[in-house]
Design a protein around this ligand. Structure first.
Ligand code: FE2
Ligand code: FE2
Length: 404
């Protein structure tokens, strides 16, 4: 197998020397080169191709964000990883954009190796899957990254995001504003006060939840008119809200940090988007698979047999094209089966979405037990089951998808 070519970029020579020493044991797998800044990195990339770039964030001249933005435009197939010493940049909202993965300094050899190996594995899995690529290239109706979402995220990336500016953007879409108002008044999210003011509704839900809702709502809107009349959009919307909310609570149960909670919520909201894409593009095939499965959505096995890929592959492939963070792509890809054992030695958003999906679809199932055991979380299964059952019970009051 060809070696993975990796370019490390940092303005501090000591850091680059330290990395070279740290990574020496991996020289049989990786070809590593270094650059002392953004301009030097771009010159190096113009001369010879690399598979992965790992960059510091704060550098004089061109900073890491600008460098990775340029790399994204010039070499969209490259894997982009940030290795930064500033933990305040770990804020998930800010990470949506030019990077695939985020690592904080100092990191161990095992962390760096695992991060790069996962990114390469996913890249190969999605970009070299000819069936998936052919399916995506044949799609007539591929949702685009919603412009409104891009605008909201760009405001969120400011040092001090303005709630007023974000609200003004959201108010451009009256049906989405109505949906946000409805959710802010719903006890499903644990809010019990009556809120009539949309600005207050945005404040109550919080910007992190809002940006996830904007993305999902806008994608649903793009595909709504393309779906077969019998497609149950309300059911899918509510199911994704349930998985998102339960995933977030599971992350809390396992004591993981806030950025993982936000990742889990967004991934939960997006996890079954592949169903929408299939139904909008192949309505006849979708309805045939639906009839076979005798359920509200086709079975994963029926999709695999008929198309060679599943709705999970399809959505993960689309999010990879959009450049969403790897944690989201992985959580979507592995919501029907756990990731390979080496992927994560500890629970993450991927764990939360997989467990939430299984326990919401089949509350009594023990299928998640072996995976939880590998993460030393088996004793949390009864609490996880209760969280998912309570979330499902609370969903009965959700009104579903608003058809005009
Ligand atoms: Fe699914
Ligand atoms: Fe699902």
């Amino acid at each position: 197998m060809a070696k993975v070519r990796i370019l490390f970029v940092d303005d501090e020579p000591n850091v680059l020397q330290g990395l070279q020493r740290l990574l020496r044991p991996l020289r049989d797998q990786w070809d590593m080169e270094t650059a002392g800044g953004g301009s030097e990195a771009l010159e190096r990339l113009a001369q010879t191709p690399f598979d992965v770039i790992v960059s510091d964030m704060r550098m004089p001249g061109m900073d890491g964000a600008e460098l990775l933005n340029r790399v994204m435009l010039l070499y969209p197939g490259m894997i982009r990883i940030v290795l930064s010493g500033y933990s305040n940049q770990e804020n998930f909202s800010r990470s949506i954009g030019p990077m695939h993965q985020y690592l904080s300094k100092p990191c161990t050899l095992a962390q760096l190796e695992n991060c790069i190996n996962r990114a390469c594995f996913l890249h190969d899995h999605l970009k070299k899957n000819q069936t998936l690529l052919a399916l995506i290239s044949r799609l007539q109706t591929l949702p685009s990254m919603p412009a409104l979402y891009t605008q909201v995220v760009s405001e969120l990336k400011q040092d001090e995001p303005s709630l007023e500016k974000i609200s003004q953007l959201i108010f451009q879409d009256p049906s989405m504003t109505a949906k946000i108002l409805q959710l802010a008044n719903s006890s499903f999210f644990g809010f019990y006060s009556q809120i009539a003011d949309p600005l207050r509704a945005i404040k109550v839900l919080g910007l992190d939840m809002i940006h996830s809702l904007v993305l999902t709502y806008q994608i649903f809107s793009q595909l709504d008119s393309k779906l077969p009349a019998t497609f149950n959009l309300a059911k899918l919307w509510n199911h994704q809200l349930c998985v998102a909310q339960a995933s977030k609570k599971l992350v809390f149960l396992w004591g993981l940090n806030k950025s993982i909670r936000e990742e889990a919520f967004l991934a939960g909201l997006l996890h079954d988007l592949g169903q929408l894409i299939l139904a909008a593009n192949y309505p006849d095939e979708f309805l045939r698979l639906l009839a076979l499965s005798q359920d509200i959505f086709p079975s994963v096995q029926a999709e695999q047999d008929a198309l060679g890929v599943t709705h999970a592959d399809l959505a993960a492939g689309l999010f990879a094209l959009w450049g969403l963070p790897t944690s989201i792509i992985e959580a979507v890809l592995y919501h029907h089966q756990p990731p390979p054992a080496w992927f994560y030695p500890a629970p993450t958003a991927v764990t939360a979405v997989y467990v939430a999906e299984q326990l919401i679809q089949a509350p009594a199932t023990d299928d998640v037990a072996p995976y939880l055991e590998t993460l030393n979380l088996l004793d949390t299964l009864p609490s996880a089951r209760k969280i998912c059952q309570d979330t499902l019970a609370g969903a009965s009051e959700l009104e579903g998808w608003p058809h005009e």
